[in-house]
Design a protein around this ligand. Structure first.
Ligand code: PBG
Ligand code: ZN
Length: 321
């Protein structure tokens, strides 16, 4: 039979690879690293099998292992031994992230160090800002975030990543960094961060469970997508160099819209709950882990992400290497 188009012609071996539109490479990966100030040995996170909190004296080795796999960047999360009402240890010069960043920068030269800038791990009630009664205060939080970002830059962070969804946080941080002459410190803003149920395992890892309420007064409503464009536009206007969408898999439409609309470097955060889902099904033998992880990450890239924060980063680097 004569058919003008036979789509299967290009699905044969070799030519199928040649017409592939999207590729996932090691350069797309950012590896999360948890550092526990009170830990003395690696502690596995129950709801994230295969993921660990590392003690300060082991974090440079872990960073070395990540860099040796060819992964270009890590993002650091700190779990401090001391919490208070204002997040003092978030901006302490000898805080857990500051110490970790210093030791990594001393020992591993060829790795981009990103630091998550937020208060939730450092503050007693677990919210991303300081509170008055049950209200999360925006403007007083900005000052603390700015101090935190500067202290991270002083410790050697190449990129600071504010994740608290406070209005004006990017502008406050850019201003403070510039004032201290950190003109080249990059800001990767969690621009469109949704109030998602998929952060549960992270809160176990980071010991940042809420003592009251939820995060819906600052994180975005999963029902909204126009709002993601406004959030992104504001962060870019305030000086964000890279913007982020989070979570990733249930929000591919947001990644697509943000990338199409602004055409700026876009990161996607495939969060702890996404990891837990894929890991659990794989451990049960219900899904093929390697295949489902690669397909998921490829879909995030296809949607428009330039880089992906994923807890599978080391596995993927091994599979690709
Ligand atoms: C801190 C922060 C969170 C995550 C990244 N930075 C927790 C939250 O907002 O509740 C979640 C990451 C993950 O689930 O993997 N604000
Ligand atoms: Zn937070």
């Amino acid at each position: 039979m004569s058919l003008v188009s036979r789509m299967r012609r290009l699905r044969q071996p070799k030519i199928r690879d040649m017409v592939r539109e999207t590729e996932l490479t090691i350069n797309d990966l950012i590896c999360p690293v948890f550092v526990g100030e009170s830990d003395t040995k690696p502690v596995e996170i129950t709801s994230m099998p295969g993921q660990f909190r590392y003690p300060l004296n082991m974090v440079a080795d872990e960073a070395r292992a990540v860099a040796d796999l060819g992964i270009p960047a890590i993002i650091l999360f700190g779990i401090p031994s001391h919490k208070d009402d204002v997040g003092t240890s978030a901006y302490a010069p000898d805080g857990v992230v500051q110490k970790a960043a210093r030791s990594i920068k001393d020992e591993v030269s060829d790795l981009i160090v990103i630091t998550d800038v937020c208060l939730c791990e450092y503050i007693t009630h677990g919210h991303c800002g300081i509170i008055e009664g049950r209200r999360i205060l925006n403007d007083p939080t900005l000052e603390i975030l700015a101090k935190t970002a500067v202290s991270h830059a002083q410790a050697g962070a190449d990129i600071v990543a504010p994740s608290g969804m406070m209005d004006g946080m990017v502008g406050a941080i850019r201003g403070a960094l510039d004032e201290e002459e950190f003109l080249d410190t990059i800001i990767m803003s969690y621009a469109a961060k949704y109030a998602s149920s998929l952060y549960g395992p992270f809160r176990e890892a980071a010991d940042s469970k809420l003592s009251f309420g939820d995060r819906t007064t600052y994180q975005m409503d999963p029902a909204n997508s126009d709002e993601a464009l406004r959030e992104t536009q504001l962060d870019l206007a305030e000086g964000a160099d890279i913007i982020m969408v989070k979570p990733a898999l249930p929000y591919l439409d947001i990644i697509y819209r943000v990338k199409s609309e602004f055409g700026v470097p876009t990161a996607a955060y495939s969060v702890s709950g996404e990891y837990a889902m894929l890991k659990a099904a794989s451990r049960h033998g219900w899904l093929d882990e390697g295949a489902v992880v690669m397909e998921s990450l490829l879909s995030i890239k296809r949607a428009g992400a330039d880089m992906i924060i994923t807890y599978f980063a080391k596995d993927v680097a091994e599979w690709l290497g």
